[in-house]
Design a protein around this ligand. Sequence first.
Ligand SMILES: Nc1ncnc2c1ncn2[C@@H]1O[C@H](COP(=O)(O)OP(=O)(O)OP(=O)(O)O)[C@@H](O)[C@H]1O
Ligand SMILES: [Mg+2]
Length: 240
Amino acid sequence: MLLQVEGLRKSFGRRVAVDDVSFSIDVGEVVGFLGPNGAGKTTTMRMIAGYLEPDAGQAKVFGIDVALDRRRAQERVGYLPEGAPLYGEMTPWTFLRFVAETRGMDKDAARHAVTRAAQDTRLGEAIQRPIETLSKGYRRRVGLAAALIHDPMLLILDEPTDGLDPNQRQAVRDLIKRLGKERGLILSTHSLEEVEAVCTRAIVIHRGRKVADTSPAALAEQYGGLDAAFRTLTGGEEGL
Ligand SMILES: Nc1ncnc2c1ncn2[C@@H]1O[C@H](COP(=O)(O)OP(=O)(O)OP(=O)(O)O)[C@@H](O)[C@H]1O
Ligand SMILES: [Mg+2]
C-alpha cells in the first residue's frame, strides 16, 4: 500500500479541523479531495506530507510513519502547498536547483532533475526570470516543478490548477493523469469537472470528516450528478 491514513485528527484551539479521517491509496490511484472552504483538506494534506503533526492517528507512506520518520517518508512524497510561497528574488532555475540539492542530489543529477521538471510543467523561458516577476500561473508551475523534482511515488497537490489559464489547466491535468499511472496522487480542487476529468476516486470532506469515498462515476450516479452529490453531502454551514 502506497499510503495508509488511520484515524487522523487535528484541532486548532477548540476547532476540530480534521476529525478521524482514514483511507488508503494504491499505485495508480488519483484521489480528489473535495469539500467546501474550511472543510479540512489542506490540514489533512499537510499532515500526510509531514508539515503538521497530527493530534491523533497516523499517515504511513510505504509503511513509514510520517510523524515518526519524517525525513524518510518525505523522500517518497512530493508536496505542492496551497498558494505556494516561493523565494521571490531567485529564478526558478536557481530555486529548483536549490530544492534538488536539498534533496541530496549532486550537481549533475540536480541539473537533469530540474530540466525534466521544467519540461513537465512547461516553464519555458520563465525559468530564467526572478520568481517575483512571474505571473500567478507561472509561479504555480514552479511550485509544481519543485514537488516533482525528486520523482516521488506519492504526490500531494493542494489545488494544483488554481489560478491557471484554461490551456495550462489542461496541460496540468494531462500531466496529473500521466504521473498518476505509476504513482499515487492526491489533489484538492473546487472543480467538480476536474475530479471527473482526472480522478479515479473522490473523497468528500465536510467539517473535518470523510463523508464519501468512491469513484466520481459512482458518486454522480448515486446522487444524480457530482454537483448534486457535493450539495447533498456538504450542505451544512461551514466554519471559517
Ligand atoms: N494554522 C491554523 N490555525 C488555526 N486554524 C486553522 C489553521 N489551519 C487551518 N485552520 C482551520 O482549520 C479548518 C480547516 O482548514 P483547511 O485549510 O484545512 O480547509 P480547506 O478544506 O483546505 O479549505 P479551502 O477549500 O478554503 O482551502 C478551518 O476552520 C481553518 O480555519
Ligand atoms: Mg485548502
